[in-house]
Design a protein around this ligand. Structure first.
Ligand code: HEM
Length: 186
């Protein structure tokens, strides 16, 4: 996993829970690099799972809730770092439809060793989209947060249902996205 993801995570922990908690989880995670990540470096994704597990122990907040919140934050950061991906399309479904064939393709050009998931997307109607997440890594909760962050960015009310289709810990997960009807009579 790229260092940029780790540095964003540690910054978020420092902001929300304080530097002491950030230091504690880094120490307890017993990391080979003591928590010093460079943006372009590549690190074992298991280090992220270890950090989140320790954060969960320190804060009493469940791991998926923390990972999802991180996804929402990361999306917000991506809107600042890569605004062009967001301004080229004008709805949440249209944006999510570009992840597989555009956004992550560009990410791969930028970081050839990036480990990315795949997304099969189907827009069934203006109000219903399906996204199938598949990865060798169990980061569907991160995808969930990134999807919620995208809906927020476009100012849309979207409910997201998650169905685990895998037998090995959330590596194949189907998301059903439903856009809430806008009351035009108001
Ligand atoms: C402009 C928007 C986006 C950018 C720039 C971006 C970039 C990245 C980068 C740099 C990584 C790390 C790769 C690595 O560590 O090797 C990543 C991983 C990931 N991305 Fe994206 N991404 C974007 C949007 C999204 C969205 C909207 C979703 C969800 C629908 C998504 C789902 C994921 C997931 C789940 C991973 C973790 C790796 C895995 O599950 O295997 N990304 N992305």
């Amino acid at each position: 996993m790229k260092g940029i993801v780790f540095s964003e995570f540690i910054e978020l922990v420092e902001d929300k829970f304080g530097i002491e908690i950030a230091d504690t989880i880094i120490e307890k995670s017993n990391l080979p690099n003591q928590g010093a990540y460079t943006q372009v470096g590549t690190y074992d994704h298991k280090e992220m799972l270890t950090l989140v597990t320790h954060l969960s122990k320190e804060t009493g907040i469940e791991v998926p809730v923390l990972v999802q919140a991180f996804g929402e934050h990361l999306l917000d950061r991506f809107t600042q770092m890569y605004p062009q991906f967001f301004t080229e399309v004008n709805s949440c479904f249209a944006f999510l439809d570009t992840i597989e064939n555009k956004v992550h393709v560009e990410v791969k050009k930028l970081y050839p060793d990036a480990e990315l998931p795949t997304f099969d997307s189907s827009i069934h109607s203006d109000s219903h989209m399906e996204l199938l997440y598949q990865s060798k890594r169990p980061f569907s909760a991160l995808a969930y947060g990134l999807i919620l962050g995208s809906a927020k960015y476009y100012g849309e009310q979207i409910s997201v249902e998650m169905e685990d289709m895998s037998t090995d810990n959330q590596t194949r997960v189907c998301f059903q996205l439903r856009k809430e009807a806008v009351n035009t009579l108001e």
